[in-house]
Design a protein around this ligand. Structure first.
Ligand SMILES: [Zn+2]
Length: 358
């Protein structure tokens, strides 16, 4: 005769399977957290109903004392097996509900909102990048870098540079007139300003914004940037100019670049030349090249020996000292190097364009 009536086992497994089903369907609950707490309470009730000191197992064990040894042995074994079944079920169901609780916590804390501030790192404008690149190259070649003023007087922008008011070259450098001066047409004004204060030897570059009364088109702008460089000392020759520019080209456009000089005219240099570099886009190999227009050469700067008149204007003995100077447009260099087709793109502030160089 068994004292563990079948209905004890039956009622235990009935409640146990109900709890299991509830855990399986827990995701469908309106309030999962509430449901978890509800199931946890049911597990506790089941546990205390069967396993506590006043629970069913304890009362069954109490009843063993009334039985003889043989029955006690058999039923004791049976009760213990039932107890172990209950314990192992409670253990596994508790683990399951704790796992569900962990999942709930994870999904509750997960931030799926899109309401946040987009943090993009800032970066330099392409013109600043090119200016930095050029400054680094010239610094390596021993040039000091001088800052400059943009509002200038006519003397420092024109007369001192051998462009008197009746000079036809003034048309080329027509600019904007302000009440307190003019907007400088080139960075050469700084050559004058530095030489008024310091005596040779001096080797420097000046880089910055310039203005001319040009109509905007793909290659012209009323505002642009220029790099002016000069070196003045005793015995400076045209060969020093070529050597310096050749080194610059090698460092900036590549060691295999070639240079070509053709005579030109500027009021502030004598003799003057325009320098081209061999095309770095097609390496002089493509007659259809869009960068060099198939010529194999790209004109990048004007240069020459500083006109003795300019040296005299700043009080330098031109019989003792000589110097060279060169100037290039930063936009032109950037357009060539980074294949930018239109100068207006630099100043239109389109984010799509600006972010290309970030
Ligand atoms: Zn080319």
């Amino acid at each position: 005769m068994s004292i563990i009536k079948d209905d004890y086992k039956e009622s235990f497994w009935k409640i146990a399977s109900e709890i299991e089903k509830e855990i399986e369907k827990i995701e469908n609950a309106k309030n999962v957290k509430e449901k978890i707490n509800e199931i946890k309470k049911k597990i506790e009730t089941l546990k205390s109903g069967f396993l506590s000191k006043k629970g069913i197992i304890a009362s069954l064990l109490n009843q063993l004392s009334k039985l003889d040894q043989q029955q006690r042995k058999e039923l004791g074994k049976e009760i213990n097996e039932f107890k172990q079944e209950i314990e192992s079920f409670v253990k596994s169901i508790t683990e399951k509900i704790e796992e569900k609780e962990k999942e709930l916590k994870y999904y509750t804390n997960l931030d799926l909102s899109v309401n946040y501030t987009f943090k993009e790192k800032g970066h330099f404008h392409i013109l600043t990048i090119v200016q930095e690149e050029l400054m680094n190259v010239f610094a390596e070649l021993g040039f000091e870098i001088i800052d400059g003023i943009e509002i200038e007087d006519e003397y420092h922008n024109f007369e001192a540079l051998n462009i008197p008011s009746d000079h036809p070259a003034r048309d080329m450098w027509d600019t904007f007139y302000l009440q307190n001066g003019i907007l400088r047409t080139h960075t050469s004004n700084m050559q004058i300003r530095i030489l008024e204060k310091r005596k040779p030897p001096i080797k420097a570059i000046s880089i910055g914004k310039c203005y001319r009364r040009d109509n905007m088109d793909a290659t012209h702008s009323f505002q642009f940037h220029q790099l002016e460089g000069f070196s003045i000392d005793e015995g400076i020759s045209f060969l020093d100019l070529i050597r310096t520019l050749y080194k610059f080209v090698g460092k900036y456009f590549g060691v295999n670049s070639k240079v070509n000089f053709v005579p030109s005219y500027f009021p502030f240099t004598e003799p003057s030349a325009e320098m081209s570099v061999s095309c770095f886009a097609c390496n002089q190999q493509n007659s259809q090249c869009s960068v060099c227009k198939g010529t194999g050469w790209i004109e990048i700067l004007g240069c020459g020996m500083i006109n003795p008149v300019v040296l005299r204007n700043v009080g330098i003995d031109y019989e003792k000292f000589s110097g060279f100077a060169f100037g290039m447009g930063i936009e032109r260099i950037a357009m060539l190097k980074y294949k930018i087709p239109d100068i207006r793109m630099f100043f239109e502030n389109y984010l799509e364009f600006n972010s290309l160089w970030g």
